[in-house]
Design a protein around this ligand. Sequence first.
Ligand SMILES: Cc1cc2nc3c(=O)[nH]c(=O)nc-3n(C[C@H](O)[C@H](O)[C@H](O)COP(=O)(O)O)c2cc1C
Length: 252
Amino acid sequence: MSQNNAEKKRYYEPAPQDIDVENFKKVVTSRRSVRKFTDKAIPAEVLDECLDLALLAPNSSNLQPWTFYVVQSAAKKKQLVKACLNQLAAKTASELIVCVARTDRLDEMAKMNITEFPFPEAPATVQKYYRFIPYNYKTGYFNALGNFKKVAFKVARQFDKQLPVTAFNPADAKLWASKTTALACENLVLALCAYGFDSCMMEGFDEPLVCKILNLNNQQYPVMVIAAGERAEDGVFFPQYRFDRNLFIQKV
Ligand SMILES: Cc1cc2nc3c(=O)[nH]c(=O)nc-3n(C[C@H](O)[C@H](O)[C@H](O)COP(=O)(O)O)c2cc1C
């Protein structure tokens, strides 16, 4: 079959039929931010399974711009608790996971999308896409590429051209990677919940200190630290509440 024909052939994966909605709801509704944990350890295989489920989160262009640092060295953990402003959740957690968004591996991840594409050979359109896509999120030295894109997009829009979200500067690139990383964080906490463990997402941390502890470069951004463990009896401080859904949902 020529590559063109191979590309046209549609891959079919049946939609799941047997998902237990009630159990899914139970996981979502029972997840709480837990600020105090017991001494019980999370079994290594459970933690690994939860991390693997985190990695299945949807992510922009499948570029997987994240790293999850499971901080287990006693010395580093002590430093990290301090960096997390000595929050009780951090102090009592059996695991502390620093979720890092990164924009420094765009080329590497794009190449891997070609070499590890799950067909014998990545279709030509896929190869073309991954040769181009890193530039959408790169900004170049002294933001030269970002500035060029800004002008080019402005001109193109004059001609009624529709254009995707792109990075015009490093802040946009950070937002791009953080958006996707946060989705994996949610997968992680829901997975922990499904296994009977709890968590507290924390952005109450000293960012430069966390970067220093983990030796992060300036294109690696700690999005949040996740404290995880078994919920202490008094680990949830108040009932969950949200505001009126009409404030947040608009059907237009
Ligand atoms: C990005 C993010 C950062 C958060 N940072 C902290 C934090 O530093 N400390 C803390 O105790 N809770 C933190 N939380 C938890 C929120 O306060 C909590 O999700 C919110 O009050 C709703 O409560 P619930 O998670 O129990 O539904 C954070 C949550 C998110 C999503």
